[in-house]
Design a protein around this ligand. Structure first.
Ligand SMILES: Cc1cc2nc3c(=O)[nH]c(=O)nc-3n(C[C@H](O)[C@H](O)[C@H](O)COP(=O)(O)OP(=O)(O)OC[C@H]3O[C@@H](n4cnc5c(N)ncnc54)[C@H](O)[C@@H]3O)c2cc1C
Length: 399
């Protein structure tokens, strides 16, 4: 019997584990995801702001997995994990494992002050949410094109949260809107994107020059920044900020934080105050050496012990390391301690403009945009290539 590794979650972290283990035929790998695709969240801003179509932001998981002899993909939803009995409860039954990898990522955070955020806003962490936002945006533009009266009405979008995803979405939408109206010779004075910034500036904690370039770009695009304010309450088409400002809105995007997948809430493994799973130096649960936790679901730290923000790059690094340590355990070799690093950050800010912080150099503008695109393609293209090869194993159509 081959050693059975079950990976829960087929996104950045889970795919990194799967690809690494696929080189070892003595291991049987099962990858489980609730969707038959890997949604490239890091390109979600392009989809929301109508700069790309949805098929450009996904990788087929059945096709990708079919490229590897020892990997099986299951399109299932994880209901819960029984760690005491090494069993996962899926929507259609149980599945047992020898080693488990939890790579179920995160979802848009529940909003402490007002549960209405779920009724009146959409999150950007899922393909469904991003598509809905995009369709709503397009529909509003279309209505304004059809009716002179409607075209004069102001159109307000609120983006709650000015971290990486919030600024990318706000800049991308505003850029698209400005360009759309300019190229159709229409007035662009009616769209107002309100970016709610809980701190003094956007991108809290990042390098001052990155904050400055981003703020300048957002202002040049005419995004309205509400600094030092939080959302106090939300009602149908109106939100009230903590500083008393009332904003009427047509739709709202909430990008103010994340939390672990709901199915993991009751999992009996230690979690931090933020709700992420605590892992040891080798990325195993501190309570169960047979369970690795990677990506956004884990409280990942740098070598110095500093908490790392949830990013795709640390998700990929952690996935690769978990796979290395699974193999080392099976071969009775020494495990490799974690040395996760945030190597840099690239932020797209509408059109052919981005800012990049590579620690030793910080750049903004067109060159930064080209580097951002290169990073995205270096990730996506090998996956697409493998999926195309895999597809030939499951379907006779020529693609
Ligand atoms: C708009 C936006 C822009 C971003 N830009 C960047 C960027 O430029 N650079 C960067 O490094 N990071 C960026 N991030 C952050 C990055 O996308 C996340 O850190 C990354 O997706 C985490 O990867 P993950 O594999 O841990 O989990 P996720 O990507 O969250 O994936 C979790 C997977 O688990 C599956 N899953 C969840 N629950 C279940 C269940 N019950 N049953 C079955 N399957 C389930 C999901 O379908 C999903 O495939 C951005 C995020 C957003 C939202």
């Amino acid at each position: 019997m081959r050693h059975h590794v079950v990976i829960l979650g087929g996104s950045y972290a889970g795919i990194a584990v799967m690809r690494q283990l696929s080189k070892y035929p003595e291991i049987q790998v099962t990858l489980i995801d609730q969707h038959p695709y890997h949604y490239l969240q890091t390109e979600g801003y392009e989809l929301i702001s109508s700069n790309t179509s949805f098929e450009e932001t996904i990788v087929s998981l059945p096709a990708l997995c079919a490229n590897y002899e020892n990997v099986t993909f299951k399109h299932r939803t994880v209901v819960s994990i029984d760690v005491a009995n090494n069993v996962i409860l899926l929507d259609d039954g149980d599945l047992s494992y020898d080693t488990l990898v939890i790579a179920l990522g995160s979802v848009t955070k529940r909003f402490e002050c007002d549960t209405n955020v779920y009724n009146y806003s959409l999150g950007a962490k899922s393909l469904r949410g991003a598509l809905k936002l995009n369709q709503f945006f397009q529909h509003q533009l279309y209505k304004r094109l059809e009716s002179d009266k409607k075209a004069k009405e102001s159109f307000n979008i609120i983006v709650g949260g000015a971290g990486l995803s919030g600024v990318e979405i706000a800049a991308g939408m505003q850029y698209f809107f400005n360009r759309y109206y300019r190229s159709n010779a229409l007035s662009c004075a009616t769209l107002h994107i309100h970016l709610i910034v809980s701190r003094e500036s956007v991108l809290n904690g990042m390098h001052p020059s990155i904050i400055k370039s981003t703020t300048n770009r957002l202002k040049a695009l005419r995004v309205i920044l509400h600094t030092n304010s939080r959302i106090a309450s939300i009602h149908a088409h109106e939100t009230v900020l903590t500083n008393g400002t009332k904003i009427n809105f047509d739709f709202m995007i909430f990008a103010g934080g994340t939390m672990i997948a709901p199915c993991l809430k009751e999992t009996k493994l230690s979690k931090t105050a933020k709700g992420q799973f605590e892992v040891d130096d080798y990325l195993r649960s501190v309570d169960d050496k047979n369970i690795y936790i990677v990506g956004d679901a884990a409280a990942l730290k740098s070598k110095k012990g500093t908490p790392l923000p949830p990013t795709a790059q640390t998700a990929i690094q952690s996935g690769k390391l978990a796979a290395i340590n699974i193999l080392a355990t099976l071969k009775n070799k020494k495990l490799k301690p974690s040395n996760l690093k945030l190597k840099g950050i690239a932020i797209a800010l509408g059109g052919r403009y981005a800012v990049i912080d590579l620690k030793f150099i910080r750049i903004h503008g067109y060159l930064a945009y080209l580097i951002k695109k290169l990073i995205e393609r270096c990730y996506k293209w090998p996956l697409w290539y493998s999926a195309i090869k895999g597809y030939k194993n499951i379907d006779s159509c020529d693609i």
